[in-house]
Design a protein around this ligand. Sequence first.
Ligand SMILES: [Zn+2]
Ligand SMILES: [Zn+2]
Length: 310
Amino acid sequence: MTYKAQLTRFIAAAFILPFSLVFSSAFASAEQAQSNTQAPFRISLIHTAQSTGSPEALLVEGGSWVKIRKLVHGSLLIEHPEGNLLFDTGLGRQIDQAFAHNSWWQRQLFAYENVNPALDQMREQGLTERHISAIILSHLHWDHTGGLPDFPNTPVWVQPQGLDQAQHRAHRPAFLPELLENAQWSELVLSAQPYLGFAQTLDIYQDGRLILVDLSGHSEGQVGLFVNLDSGRSLFFIGDSSWVIEGIKNNKPRPSIVDLVSPVDWSRVMNDYVIEKIHNLSVKYPDLVIVPAHDEIVAGSIALFPQYEH
Ligand SMILES: [Zn+2]
Ligand SMILES: [Zn+2]
């Protein structure tokens, strides 16, 4: 698809979205009502790949040089009576082809292994692409959009400034344009409905269970997701604000050497502010499970697909 066609589709989506959201939500409800009138609200983390490992000191300021971390590339499956969602897609079937365009140095820096795409894992459980009503991306970096080409017909919700950055101000290796070519973009609009100190938010299904908040800093328009389970457990998926939980615990950013080797933060100043905000939140609400997208240890505390938690 040409850029112009893509832009036209995006602009059209911006105007149609308020209607299409209502429509798709109603459609999904009707479809699921037929198959299961008691569709549960539950989540499951799909591990799609992991990094080949690096010292924690390269992931967070003050991290250990001897502790090797193998970061996870995950996709969160959210089943909700009003429509099932994927939050991020991890790495997908076409990741090797897209990643091959990186330089040798970049391929070493972001090396991954054990790819097992979300769609393949879903199919093993008898689920198809149609199981997913929409994909929400925390942001458009390669390791979160890697599975997009596997869902060419699924609406993908992103804040407009995030898409604009990916399409006009993006660079390898953080963004891989091959992964973004045929996605069905839909504009995600947050509004001034404060939630736990975050000004711009969206209560996705208006039931207090899934709340998106703006976390711009690591990228333009990055969003975080609060998941309030019926069990009473609450989780906060914070994208790449920090790669590991130590950044939140200790209120520390990525080491500055990362900026020298391969800058990954759009605005380090804004991301520092986001980290501090999440740090303060974690102090105030010690039971809130903060989930950095790649922290493999925190990921271990979430039900692993095909297990679910309610
Ligand atoms: Zn990122
Ligand atoms: Zn990432």
